[in-house]
Write a protein that binds this ligand. Structure first.
Ligand code: SAM
Length: 187
């Protein structure tokens, strides 16, 4: 029985390098790696949140290949990962789907490389997840989730991964793996 934990990869609204609010293109590798992450930690779903139709077409093609095309016979474990992937246009759509599926609105937890006032600690969120409920951990693309998004949408923002150096530019794939292991891993 998968954990009642979902992850979301947000392509809009996110920041570009100049701090403007944009919509990012989908990175094929992000979908593969977050799908594998979702299956590895037995998450209920991995939402690719992408409002652009052309980009959504790409994701649908990718999903079709790994779920029905030549993919499953070539790599059945990747097929299992892609079975966790869900494509929607907005976070509201994803949240509504999870609410309908679980009978309750999920706790939305956002992530950022930048410190956020009142951020939640990994250990506190880990304990709350273990206690139950439905959780939706949101990761950004581009240069991260917008300050407006962080201030209004989530029920909380989790503390950044602190590398202890002067360089903190993890890819979303790397960051998602570290965050989910801290929240759910056995170590
Ligand atoms: N500077 C951006 C920021 O502050 O989030 C980094 C963007 S990074 C390419 C894309 C996503 O990976 C972020 O939106 C966040 O979800 C996650 N991420 C990257 N570094 C992180 C960190 N040190 N701690 C937590 N999440 C991180």
């Amino acid at each position: 029985m998968p954990r009642s934990v979902y992850i979301g990869l947000l392509h809009h609204p996110v920041l570009d390098k100049d701090g403007r609010v944009i919509t990012t293109a989908v990175t094929n590798l992000d979908v593969h790696d977050l799908a594998r992450l979702a299956r590895t930690y037995d998450l209920a779903g991995c939402y690719v949140i992408q409002p652009l139709e052309l980009q959504s077409k790409l994701v649908r093609r990718l999903m079709a290949y790994w779920l029905e095309g030549a993919g499953p016979s070539y790599n059945p474990t990747r097929q299992q990962a892609f079975e966790r992937v869900r494509l929607v246009k907005t976070l509201d759509e994803a949240t509504a789907e999870v609410t309908a599926e679980t009978g309750g609105r999920p706790r939305l937890i956002a992530t950022s490389a930048r410190p956020h006032p009142g951020a939640l600690t990994f250990s506190a969120v880990r304990e709350e997840i273990a206690a139950g409920g439905t959780w939706f951990i949101i990761f950004g693309t581009g240069w991260g989730l917008t300050p407006e998004f962080l201030a209004t949408n989530p029920d909380g923002v989790i503390e950044p991964i602190e590398p202890g150096s002067d360089y903190n530019h993890l890819s979303v794939r790397m960051a998602a793996a570290i965050v989910m292991d801290r929240l759910l891993g056995r170590s």
